[in-house]
Design a binder for this molecule. Sequence first.
Ligand code: SF4
Ligand code: SF4
Length: 95
Amino acid sequence: MTETKKGWKDLPIGGNILEAGNSQHYFTGTWRTYKPITDLDKCINCLQCWMFCPDNSIVIKDGKMDGQDYDHCKGCGVCAAICPVKAIDMIKEEK
Ligand code: SF4
Ligand code: SF4
């Protein structure tokens, strides 16, 4: 069953964190203005993007980079900046 994620209007008053690890329940990808797009043919699976992503939004499948978790990626661009082979492009988010 797919979990229904909460939006920013569901945040507790003051943005208090009332439960450890609750960020996974919030759909924070809607904050994004730029979106990372990965060319997996260029990717050398160094996993630096996974190490540096501040939102734990790099998807790893069978030990390899497999794109981004767009439910939680906020489009900061760190993964694109850190990628040594420029496999990630930041594009304007569609409205
Ligand atoms: S753009 Fe930022 S939040 Fe999104 S996957 Fe890359 S490093 Fe993570
Ligand atoms: S940093 Fe670039 S090359 Fe390394 S795993 Fe991420 S996308 Fe692939």
